[in-house]
Write a protein that binds this ligand. Structure first.
Ligand code: PEP
Ligand code: MG
Length: 752
């Protein structure tokens, strides 16, 4: 029997043993040293600060256990942890990275083989074997050690678990006080529930295969099913999107058919792993590489590979591997998540969403907001710290996550939930009342939407209509391009449910961060500045016309309002409007129907358009500020890069002066002014816009109550006067000045 299988058999027994973790580890190092004919076998575990602590050894001095600590930049062990790659050396003391620790007594050992211990999210330790003689470790030995290190990862992990001091209530699970994590609030709120990990988890009990032949067959069948699913995706009619996205899909397909990937997975099975564990091993390696890869192309491919690993795990798991959400007590934990996936989970009910990657304006975040799910993103180390089933508090007011909270933290959370519902009750009282300022200015408060389910909120939040309907969402959440009929029926449903209230349909805004899952876009250096939005639509006339036709057909003889995104120069608006007018004429001829009233507008997202409004003057009915994009272009700060996306504030004298100038041009041309970016969700920002003359504000449902409350308390003329004085003479933090002004008007700015 090959060494790996012998070891795996023995390890399986050790895993099944009851004993404490340390004695198990001692047992394991002895086993490995004997089977691999090594003089030394040691395990180092990575601590919170990155240092590597020797926790078990066969062959080094026992006194060194729990004493020898290497920093992450120290020694060959540190080298393995840093690079997440195995290293095999004939004569270790001669290697430049070698660090000698006398307490270990490792002088006589020359040959060194170290492999990373990888768990979800990264390196958690290093497994080492050493021999006295100068010898070369072969491929097979390296592979064996890597396979074993995966099993070890689970045993080592249990060491980091704080044992529960007393009999802990169920809520605490594996010991109370699992620590806090910080991130950025994507959707405000508070939630509590048990963690459900989005990436499939392979439990240690499923690591080993009872029957190797059967397991290889399962893997082959899994690969066949996976490839067939990808082939089906390729059959989707992507003609309207051109050839390039097809190339990207083709690369994905090539990876799925790659024989070296399949061979690597079979190797795992030959070593005694189950099909799932073998895929999991590959996934850990891809992830570890991803953490170190800088080149964007390589990163993209590694993401693809990780996606494939996850897909294959789901295929192997069948129904079982799908959604684990039961009832409505779950907090979803994901590294990355597409809007379609989030929607699927949300159907089963979610108390919160935590994500490692993505910026606040990513589409999973926007969907979370639409659904009102408390959500936090940009949390480093999320998937390494949270285990399936952990109890979690999602504090999406502060942007913090409490893992396995103790009683004090849990009680504080409960009182905040109570306070929050008191506030909600106050907002609910305002529902039937107008958003009228003390001095009599009426502001329309509209809803940002993009999904059918958003429309439930129209009534609930008391919105005056839909100020932004993001039509690309239907595309983003479908596996294939929505057909004309699908588009017509969605737009009809929206108009029906709005029941006469205005609905502003924003035409397709694809590209940038909104890539279709089935047909992803071309790889671009700067997607935000790239081939997106109206530029993309005008270059894909078939796709664009089909949408315009759907809008015209859905409206029938009802009023129709259409808005074009990211218009930069007047010609783009004119070209888009001309296509719309052609579709209206065509529809009138074909069906005898045309919209009873037509309004066409532009989104102000690029600074250039503000200066061009005087030329567009009489051709445009309204302008709507897309604060998300405008902010990124005005300050040249990518909205998808967390380190800069919140660096700049729209409450800034330069930005407000610009918006004031645009408002003045528009007023001169009788162009109606509105705002539909996320910024107006904050009451003081909403007040600034209202003061500048933007009297239609569109926002997420949850913002309508607080904004209405603020508007009803303010004397807008007085606020405007104060704002303009401060804009003329800014002094220190402008946001603080505006907050102080709002507070003078009796507005609660505690959360702003
Ligand atoms: C915006 O940019 O502000 C906007 C509303 O559009 P989106 O967030 O969909 O890009
Ligand atoms: Mg935008």
């Amino acid at each position: 029997m090959p060494a790996t299988r012998v070891l795996m058999n023995n390890l399986r027994q050790v895993m099944a043993e009851d004993g404490d973790t340390r004695s198990r580890l001692d047992h394991v190092v002895r086993l490995i040293a004997t089977t691999m004919v090594a003089d030394v076998c040691s395990i180092y575990v990575r601590e919170a600060d990155g240092a590597l602590l020797l926790i078990a050894t066969e062959g080094l001095r026992p006194e060194a256990v729990n004493k020898t600590r290497l920093t992450e930049n120290e020694g060959l062990v540190g080298f393995v942890a840093r690079t997440a790659e195995p290293i095999a050396i004939e004569d270790a003391p001669r290697h430049p990275a070698f660090s000698y620790r006398p307490e270990t007594g490792e002088d006589p050992f020359h040959a060194f083989l170290g492999v990373p211990i990888l768990r979800t999210g990264g390196v958690t330790g290093v497994l080492v074997v050493q021999n006295q003689t100068e010898r070369t470790y072969g491929e097979e030995e390296i592979d064996t050690l890597q396979t074993i290190s995966m099993v070890l990862a689970e045993i080592v992990h249990t060491l980091n678990e704080a044992p529960s001091p007393q009999s802990a209530p169920d809520r605490r699970m594996r010991g109370a006080g699992g620590g806090n994590l910080k991130g950025r609030v994507f959707c405000e709120g508070l939630g509590f529930g048990r963690a459900v990990l989005h990436d499939p988890v392979v439990p240690p009990a499923k690591f080993f295969a009872a029957d190797q032949v059967q397991e290889a067959e399962r893997l082959n069948q899994g690969l066949v099913d996976l490839r067939a699913a990808i082939d089906r995706m390729m059959l989707i009619d992507g003609a309207a999107l051109g050839e390039d996205p097809r190339d990207v899909m083709e690369t994905y397909r090539l990876l799925a058919y790659d024989t070296s990937w399949a061979e690597k997975l079979h190797e795992g099975i030959r070593a005694g792993l189950s099909a799932e564990a073998s895929v999991d091993r590959a996934r850990r390696e891809h992830r570890a590489k991803l953490q170190h890869a800088r080149d964007p192309y390589l990163r993209e491919r590694l993401h693809d590979l990780e996606d494939l690993d996850n897909r294959l795990l789901r295929v192997l798991g069948g129904e079982e591997g799908k959604l684990l959400i039961t009832g409505d007590e779950s907090v979803l934990v994901a590294r990355r998540l597409g809007p379609a996936e989030l929607l699927e989970y949300a159907k089963a009910g979610l108390k919160g969403l935590l994500m490692e990657e993505a910026a606040a304006s990513s589409h999973a975040a926007i969907v979370a907001r639409a659904l009102g799910i408390p959500a936090i993103g940009g949390i480093e180390g999320l998937t390494t710290r949270i285990e399936q089933g952990d109890y979690i508090i999602v504090d999406a007011e502060e942007g913090s996550v409490h893992i396995r909270p103790d009683d004090v933290v849990y009680d504080a959370y409960r009182s905040r939930v109570a306070l929050r519902s008191e506030r909600q009750a106050e907002y609910a009282k305002l529902k039937g009342l107008p958003a009228r300022t003390l001095d009599g200015t009426d502001v329309s408060l509209m809803l940002n939407a993009g999904l059918d389910l958003d429309l439930d909120m129209l009534e609930q939040a008391g919105a005056d209509g839909v100020g932004l309907f993001r039509t690309e969402f239907q595309f983003l959440v479908s596996e294939s391009l929505p057909r004309l009929e699908d588009q017509i029926s969605l737009y009809k449903r929206v108009l029906d449910r709005a029941a006469g209230r205005p609905v502003v349909f924003r035409t397709l805004d694809l590209g940038g961060d909104k890539v279709l899952p089935a047909l992803s876009q071309l790889r671009e250096e700067n997607p935000a500045l790239g081939w997106r939005s109206i530029r993309f639509a005008l270059d894909h006339k078939g796709l664009f016309r089909r949408q315009l036709r759907a809008l015209v057909r859905a409206s029938g003889e009802r009023p129709l309002t259409v808005m074009f995104p990211m218009v930069t120069i007047p010609e783009e608006y004119r070209a888009a409007k001309a296509l719309l007018m052609e579709e209206i004429a065509w529809s009138a001829k074909k069906t005898g129907k045309q919209p009873s009233r037509l309004e066409v507008g532009v989104m102000l997202e690029t600074p250039a358009l503000g200066f061009a409004m005087q030329d567009l003057g009489p051709e445009v009915d309204f302008l709507s500020v897309g604060t998300n994009d405008l902010l990124q272009f005005f300050f040249a700060a990518d909205r998808m890069t967390p380190s800069v996306s919140e660096r700049y504030d729209l409450v800034d004298p330069a930005a407000l002066r610009y918006l004031k100038m645009v408002a003045e041009i528009c007023k001169a041309h009788k162009i109606r002014l509105s705002v539909c970016g996320e910024a107006t969700a904050s009451p003081p920002v909403a007040l600034c816009f209202a003061a500048l003359g933007y009297t239609s504000l569109s926002m997420a449902a949850s913002a309508i109550g607080p904004v209405k409350q603020a508007l009803r308390k303010v004397d807008l003329n007085a606020f405007r006067k104060g704002l303009f004085e401060r804009m003329d003479k800014p002094n220190g933090s402008f946001r603080n000045q505006v907050l102080a002004l709002a507070a003078e008007h009796g507005i609660d700015t505690a959360d702003s």
